[in-house]
Design a protein around this ligand. Sequence first.
Ligand SMILES: Nc1ncnc2c1ncn2[C@@H]1O[C@H](COP(=O)(O)OP(=O)(O)OP(=O)(O)O)[C@@H](O)[C@H]1O
Ligand SMILES: Nc1ccn([C@H]2C[C@H](O)[C@@H](COP(=O)(O)O)O2)c(=O)n1
Length: 221
Amino acid sequence: MDSDSIPVITIDGPSASGKGTIAQLVAKKLAFHYLDSGALYRLVALSVIQSNVDSTNESALADIALNLNVRFHDSSLQLNGEDVTNSIRTEECGKLASIIARQLKVRAALLQRQRAFRQPPGLVTDGRDMGTVVFPDATLKIFLTASAEERAQRRYKQLIEKGINANIQTLLQDIYERDARDSTRDISPLKQGEDTKLLDTTSLSIEEVVNEVLRLYNACR
Ligand SMILES: Nc1ncnc2c1ncn2[C@@H]1O[C@H](COP(=O)(O)OP(=O)(O)OP(=O)(O)O)[C@@H](O)[C@H]1O
Ligand SMILES: Nc1ccn([C@H]2C[C@H](O)[C@@H](COP(=O)(O)O)O2)c(=O)n1
């Protein structure tokens, strides 16, 4: 099967908008593959933290990105054989991922790795530039968002459920900062493409959002 004919659904959007949750559920419903592109940036960030590399050294970071020894297994992730499923989810890792994601060489180094996930019968992927840059010919492109306050509430609930202490004001501040950094950078900024459907989920349940994405996909395939 020609790679270009394999269907792709891209779900881009700001931090904690629910991209990962929705993309995984849609992928499951369609029996498609799933790619969490943010995890790749987080893995580079974790490698930088673990190896004490200067995070402004673009060539060293591109080298790390090109040579990531990563294994995706169901919902767990291994880096160099170590389970890093939870360690890439820290606020420190997310913030550094957002900072290093501004570097052209890092983004270029991850491009082919992301495109390689386009395998039959199809792919659902989430991130910041999946529809605008990585899969510009995607079958369906969604820009998933929610108000910053709602996203902070969702993140707060998510962390408390995991037994992690959190402060709603700090989370809201982090969301504002991350949104600003990801959407104002020069290369591949987070933005809604012209051919992308906007889905504001502020007052929608997870089930309602999943059903809407499936409806849109069935309407355009
Ligand atoms: N429509 C919704 N209604 C209520 N809660 C939701 C909704 N969508 C997602 N959530 C919840 O919000 C939290 C954040 O979702 P998720 O981690 O999928 O966001 P994300 O956009 O992938 O975040 P990040 O950009 O940091 O990777 C999760 O606990 C999830 O269950
Ligand atoms: N396609 C992508 C995916 C992620 N990033 C960067 C910017 C994010 O703030 C950071 C972490 O992503 P998350 O796991 O929170 O979705 O990684 C990007 O630039 N492009």
